[in-house]
Design a protein around this ligand. Sequence first.
Ligand SMILES: Cc1ncc(C[n+]2csc(CCOP(=O)(O)OP(=O)(O)O)c2C)c(N)n1
Ligand SMILES: [Mg+2]
Length: 802
Amino acid sequence: MRTDRDTDDIAALCELEKKVLWLASWTIHHANHLRENNDGLKVGGHQASSASLATIMTALYFAVLRPQDRVAVKPHASPVFHAVQYLLGKQTREQLEAFRGFKGAQSYPSRTKDVDDVDFSTGSVGLGVAQALFSSLAQDYVRAHGWGLERPEGRMVALVGDAELDEGNIFEALLEGWKQGLRNCWWIIDYNRQSLDAVVREGLWERYEQLFRNFGWNVVILKYGSLQQAAFKEPGGEKLRQWIDNCRNPLYSALVFAGGAAWRKRLNDEIGDQGDVSRLIEKRSDDELAALMNNLGGHDLPSLLEAFRNADNDRPTCFIAYTIKGFGLPMAGHKDNHSGLMTPAQMETFRRAMRVRSGHEWDPFEGLSLPAERLKRFLDRVPFAAGGGRRLKASEIEVPPELPSAFQAVTSTQTGFGTLLNEIARTDSDFARRIVTTSPDVTVSTNLGAWVNRRGLFARQAMADTFKSERIPSTFNWEFSPKGQHIELGIAETNLFILLSALGLSHSINGERLLPIGTLYDPFVARGLDALNYACYQDARFIVVGTPSGITLAGEGGAHQSIAEPLIGIAQDGLASFEPAYVDELAVILAWAFAYIQKSDGEISEHTWLRDETGGSVYLRLSTRPIEQIARAMTPELRQQIVDGGYWLRKPGPNCQVVVAYTGAIAPEALAAVGLMAEDRRDVGLLAVTSADRLNAGWTAAQRARERGRVHARSHIERLFAEVPTHCGIVTVLDGHPATLAWLGAVSGNRVRPLGVEHFGQTGSLADLYRSYGIDANAIVAAAQAIAPGRPIRHLKALPQP
Ligand SMILES: Cc1ncc(C[n+]2csc(CCOP(=O)(O)OP(=O)(O)O)c2C)c(N)n1
Ligand SMILES: [Mg+2]
């Protein structure tokens, strides 16, 4: 039943809907026609896509959403989002005028770059949709652990393009959501039956409906608007409904584009000789007929409000809202409208139709029928805007400066990682409680088993380990409870990264900090790479562990051996990457990482020229190869150098002819090579590189700083190389792509011979593979002899022929 308040709301909402459409369209027009724009890319996609969602977003933001709700907005509806925020006083005219310009409002909603409180960034279609789902799971996790209960539970909402549902990651998320008992999540599908290039297949909604119901979702189909519903009740109305139901998507779109007269002709041709329905058509003018046929559920405020308000439970709900791409604009319905921009002449007509005076385009209440005062009062009462700033804050969790550790003399970094987490699991501290681990079905094989045994698996409902209750011995205790600290995922790596993205934003979304760690096999980082990039782009904070890695995983062959990941580690923004060789290094890096992922807003470090105070996420590439550990005391200096990216394991002497720089599991080969050439090359240096990424980033930043006048800026690698003579050759080696370390030669102008893996690996023993790929001790010696001429190195053996 509707109350007076609702009627009042609807009048105001109708006005705001017009204003939102106008402002979004004007923002786009401004960026295209009134500002210099020479990137060759038109922004038509925004125009038609925005119009498609304008009604739905008006209903949501101005009436339905509450402050605790969070939204991922379909990328191309960004202008609508900015227009809504503008009306709510959270976005500025300057930003809108600079839409797509330098530091202006972003083309795709961005948490990190926009000023108007974007909840979740979007851009790569499909990922924001999954982010809403996983954020709901993250919220459940936080609350099940007793945190943030003073705040109301929010709903995680995604505004989804219908073609966005082509992205497989959405279905991966859907399945995972079902397994995890998803709640409080809405996906609102903008069913305009158009994608970027074309009109979508017939009957997709039926597939979607079935699919969502199969996964336990509520499905609400918003097909007919209130005008249509009323018309269906008129004599002949049922015929009209049948015609609409049977009309193919491309034809409907084409008629929307063509307008009232075309509708009349078509309807008369097809159902016009049937008495009642003819009268139904005839009694409407062309404009009224067009308004009726365009009145789909997704453009009808009363139907939308009713549907949203009726969904007042916590079941995941999918709304399939029929819409028209380009609704209200001259390109409405045209299949080419994705790149269709309004011409200045069309904009002029639109401006007049909207009763906006020239020069008053940005005025919030210009040309509306209701008095500005009344609309202002309405806006002041909008529930969504009531909560103040939407970015919550959580204090930093204190991290022990050193992690408890006791390692075996011969061990691998992966085993060390398991041991370190197991030790943390024994402790009872806020730090240990805030850690949450997750893995896509590789929990045990990435060495998280001991941690999980102690801290348990997370589920909202407790579930006993049947093997344990049946008293069948097993190494692993697989018990689920609301207190568990490990979220076990299915194999989809993209889900892992989106979950990390959701857990890693908990401080800002839930006001409760988590310390998330995700593990996966290193080669499959590539499988989830876009999602990892997405998570970093929105500044989510987590630690990701890629293990096992490289051809060191000898018996597994090319399918499981990672090659390119060290380069990903260098190139991925927002991710500090490490590949330690020894477990004591790992312990230092991990302790540092727990603090680093919590940092924000600081200054760029004067010491290393890295972003140590602004923080970011961390990637650890670990190996299963057991190697002999170095018995040494950890000094503060060594600790700092490990974090900065490298240290001299053997300092080069003043006459140094060769430096060997290595990363990761290949350390024993590098050590052995230095031994083999010691008699024939002077003062050989051995550089342990714990982070090619941080060395490289620091070097680049220091150069940039010097070019901008800070003449004393020095990076860590420059300081390390300060004593290395320029005639000295550098051999670099790692179990990964050689380009990772090849740049080291450019730091002080040394010749460099980078060794590594460039081609898909194969099965074999470790010795077979290292020899074959040229990263064993003998290959290092051969490279040294080639770039650091001198007497023949006696221990050098002939290399295998390729
Ligand atoms: C991963 C990815 N691939 C491609 C694109 C380019 N792209 C942007 S929107 C879009 C299709 C949009 O269709 P739909 O989701 O139905 O939204 P509509 O255009 O109807 O508003 C595509 C292919 C993208 N943003 N992300
Ligand atoms: Mg579409």
